[in-house]
Every structure is written in C-alpha cells, then in structure tokens.
Design a protein around this ligand. Structure first.
Ligand SMILES: Cc1cc2nc3c(=O)[nH]c(=O)nc-3n(C[C@H](O)[C@H](O)[C@H](O)COP(=O)(O)OP(=O)(O)OC[C@H]3O[C@@H](n4cnc5c(N)ncnc54)[C@H](O)[C@@H]3O)c2cc1C
Ligand code: FES
Length: 260
C-alpha cells in the first residue's frame, strides 16, 4: 500500500562525498516499520518556489538510530538548493514509497550492479535482506564520481569498481566486466540500478546467461504516490504492452518486462 504519511525529519548530516555528489542523513522520530532497498523518499524542498517534491532512493537506513540516508547528485535547482541545508534543519518527506527489491526465496546469491548515481540504491538491499550473499559491481564515468565503494565492501563478499576511462579500478563498462565474471559467479539474480542506456547494454551483455535481471527505473515524478500518472513506463506482460507507474507500480521491475 502506498505510504501517504508526510514525516518530519531532522537533517543530521549533509556532506559532499564526491564531485557534485552529497550524502544527507535524516533522523525521523516516526520511522516506518519496514524499508526495502529500491524504495524511495520524496523530499519537499523547504523554499516554496519548488512545488514538486524530489525523489531519491533510500540509500541506507538504521532502524535503531531512526535514520535514513540519501546520496544525491547536484543536477538542477532543487538539488543545488538541498546542498545548502544545514544540520539541525527540519524537512518534510514521504517514505518509503514504491515497491523495492524483494529477492525470491531461491535468490541466495545476488549480484548488485550500480551505474553512476544508481549505485545509491544498493546499500539498502543487503540491509533489508541480510541473509543473502552479495557481489557488487559499480561503474562510474571517472574517479571523481566514485561513491559508496567502502559501504558496499562492508555489505558484500566482493566489490568490483570500474570506470569508463580507467582512472579508477578496472577500465571499461561495468556491464561487460560483469559479463566476463558471470560464468564464475553463477548468481541467482542480478539487481541493477543505473541509466536506461545501461539496461540496454546489460540485456545484451547477459543474454547468454539464464539469470533474472531486476532493475530500478527512473522517471520525472509529480505526486510520487500513483495519482498524477506523469511517471509512466512501458512494459510488456503476458505478451501485451501497456503502461505502469514508476512511482507506485515500481520503481523496481523485471528487465525482461520493461520496453526500453
Ligand atoms: C525513484 C527515483 C529515485 C532516485 N534516486 C536518486 C538518487 O538516489 N540520487 C540522485 O542523485 N538522484 C536520484 N533520482 C533523480 C533525482 O530525483 C533528480 O536528479 C532530482 O529530482 C533533480 O532535481 P533538480 O531540481 O535538481 O533538477 P531539475 O531542475 O528538476 O532537473 C535537472 C536535470 O535533471 C534531470 N532529472 C530531473 N529529475 C529526473 C529524474 N527523476 N530522472 C532522470 N532525470 C531527471 C532533468 O531532466 C534535468 O536535465 C531519483 C529519481 C527517481 C525517480
Ligand atoms: S509521480 Fe504521480 S503517478 Fe507517479
């Protein structure tokens, strides 16, 4: 069920962690009972010039400390505004929204694959389902954009980092690097978050392997709760094409159902 509750949170950290990328940690008195990796938080900006909320995946959470972390790239006015938020400020946010990554019972060994800021989805997956074995592959444009490597090392058996230009880690597209390791890894599933172009490449690179690929989609959002229909994505289910809402039906879908 969609979580319509608007929660008040207090910012306890808002630091730059890489070029144009920030990590914000928010404490909530009324934490939700359950959070899954891939679910998102819809943040209301504090200046009233931005009417629409901004969606960010829940990167990490701590039920004991009652905190939620997001990692955000500064891409426009809203995220630039967020960089000015200081510790102690209160903000309003709806969360957790969307379906999230839920491994089937037979998915014991899971590859977590992140492309750029999409990597921000990943830490919350093992946090929510700690009884699986995780292997993480992270791809970034260059070394200035590398984030979350240490966090994922603490949550995975292995972490492989690649950059397109080879300025950090392995050189090349992380989808191809994963494809080279697939025969050795034999995972039960691949959970991925990145840009759409990455999903096209992933589909092709992993075509020889019989493995379920689950992805988190992005779309421009309005309400974030399934009411305004601006966030549609095209899917094909049971042979029929149709549209679903990224915010309420997703953002997590099977890649073989998404029409790219
Ligand atoms: C479910 C979900 C989870 C997300 N998680 C994260 C996250 O963890 N970290 C993160 O940095 N970003 C995330 N995003 C994207 C983030 O919401 C946008 O970057 C942000 O809203 C931009 O706000 P802005 O006001 O700075 O930019 P705007 O001024 O609104 O736009 C600036 C530029 O960003 C592009 N943009 C804006 N929104 C989106 C979007 N939803 N998808 C793709 N491009 C967009 C615009 O086309 C434009 O080029 C997520 C988006 C969704 C839908
Ligand atoms: S953002 Fe309104 S229906 Fe998805």
């Amino acid at each position: 069920m969609t979580n319509l509750k608007d929660r008040t949170g207090k910012i306890i950290l808002n630091n730059q962690i890489a070029k144009d990328i920030y990590k914000m940690v928010i404490a909530f008195d009324d934490m939700p009972e359950d959070i899954k990796g891939g679910q998102f938080i819809h943040i209301k900006l504090t200046d009233n010039s931005h009417v629409l909320r901004r969606p960010f995946c829940i990167c990490d959470f701590d039920m004991d400390k009652k905190t939620v972390a997001v990692c955000y790239a500064v891409v426009g006015e809203g995220t630039k505004e967020m960089t000015k938020y200081s510790e102690g400020m209160t903000i309003k946010a709806m969360m957790p929204l969307g379906n999230g990554f839920v491994p089937d019972d037979n998915m014991k060994k899971i590859v977590l694959l992140g492309g750029g800021m999409g990597s921000a989805v990943l830490p919350a997956v093992p946090k929510a389902f700690g009884d699986r074995e995780y292997y993480t592959y992270l791809g970034f444009a260059n070394k200035d954009k590398v984030v979350l490597e240490e966090e994922m090392k603490a949550l995975s058996k292995e972490v492989v980092v690649a950059t397109d230009d080879g300025s950090y880690g392995k050189k090349g597209f992380v989808t191809n690097i994963l494809a080279e390791d697939m025969a050795k890894l034999k995972p039960d599933a691949v959970f991925c978050c990145g840009p759409e172009v990455m999903y096209k490449a992933l589909k092709k690179a992993l075509a020889p392997f019989d493995v379920p690929i689950i992805v988190s989609l992005e779309a421009r959002m309005g309400c974030g709760i399934g009411a305004c229909l601006v966030c549609n994505c095209k899917v094909k289910r049971n042979g029929e094409e149709g549209y679903l809402r990224v915010c309420a039906d997703g953002p997590v879908f099977r890649l073989d159902e998404v029409v790219l």
